[in-house]
Design a protein around this ligand. Structure first.
Ligand SMILES: Cc1cc2nc3c(=O)[nH]c(=O)nc-3n(C[C@H](O)[C@H](O)[C@H](O)COP(=O)(O)OP(=O)(O)OC[C@H]3O[C@@H](n4cnc5c(N)ncnc54)[C@H](O)[C@@H]3O)c2cc1C
Length: 263
């Protein structure tokens, strides 16, 4: 059906290392050996975000090199350090790197759920106060396939009703604040399934928490679809963060758990 849509996620940004500035710090503190660890980590296709998190983990123990802490005689590479950080429940260091996503054609059902996550997240979503509805697109769960025609009737009835009332309430209004007040009032007749957009930033620690919670077999269909897409976009780019991921196919989507995540 033309006005039935499915959510789509795009990864549009991620924390990067400023190598020249980091080199300046390493030089200043006589720890230039860590630059070799960065090269090795990059050869292992680790992300800048993971390297940065490992840097902060190592900073805690003065273990960027063997020179700063007499308690240590060797240092772990970045990948091993990430695994050890996960196992030792020192996951707070994963709060240093964030990923930026934009999700299009997602419903208000999904956005109501996702914005409940307060820790390590940031959201910016389509404003129902400012943005008028020209076309009512609905995010439809395929479980409704046998009644798609009926759903389309409801959708098209709501779209027509909205346009009729919008025409009566907004035609000829030129004052911007008045348009906003009326647009905001009109959104109350729109359904939860209406497609809209949300920008979403999350740090790597919270990402592990949300992927587990939101790909679970008990989670709602749309949020599972979206977090499956997020995991697909991220898992090869962040091999350290996903090193302990376990995948189980439940109703055609992955349920992802992190074996060593304890918090
Ligand atoms: C299957 C499922 C069903 C749900 N059903 C409902 C429902 O019917 N009604 C409803 O209102 N909500 C519901 N929710 C939403 C749920 O209650 C949470 O608000 C949402 O999942 C956010 O998760 P979080 O608390 O882990 O928050 P996050 O912000 O992701 O927090 C991450 C972690 O930080 C810690 N934390 C965060 N804030 C605090 C705090 N203030 N104090 C102490 N520790 C904190 C907790 O350990 C938390 O797990 C449901 C969620 C799921 C997954």
């Amino acid at each position: 059906m033309k006005n039935f849509v499915q959510p789509k996620v795009f990864l549009i940004g991620a924390t990067k290392i400023s190598l020249s500035d980091l080199a300046e710090y390493l030089n200043y503190t006589d720890q230039t050996e860590f630059a070799k660890e960065i090269d090795e980590a990059r050869n292992q296709y680790l992300s800048d975000g993971e390297i940065l998190c490992s840097f902060y983990a190592k900073l805690c123990y003065a273990s960027l090199t063997t020179k700063k802490n007499k308690n240590i005689s060797k240092v772990r590479g970045v990948y091993d350090n990430i695994l050890n950080t996960i196992e030792s429940q020192h996951e707070s260091v994963f709060e240093h790197a964030s990923l930026n996503f934009v999700i299009t054609d997602c419903s208000r059902v999904f956005t109501h759920e996702i914005v409940r996550h307060r820790v390590g997240t940031a959201f910016s979503q389509t404003s129902g106060r400012y943005v008028r509805t020209d076309e009512l697109n609905i995010v439809v769960d395929p479980i409704l396939e046998s009644v798609y025609e009926n759903v389309e009737h409801v959708r098209s009835y709501l779209e027509d009703a909205y346009k009729f009332i919008e025409h009566k309430m907004l035609d000829g209004i030129t004052d911007f604040d008045e348009k906003k007040r009326r647009t905001s009032a009109l959104r109350r007749i729109l359904p939860n399934g209406q497609a809209n957009e949300i920008g979403f930033t999350i740090n790597l620690r919270s990402l592990r928490h949300l992927i587990e919670l939101r790909t679970s077999r008990h989670a709602e269909w749309e949020i599972r679809v979206i977090f499956n897409q997020i995991a697909e976009l991220v898992k090869d780019k962040y091999p350290g963060i996903f090193a302990d991921a376990k995948y189980e196919n439940i109703r055609s989507l992955n349920e992802i758990t992190f074996k060593n995540k304890k918090i």
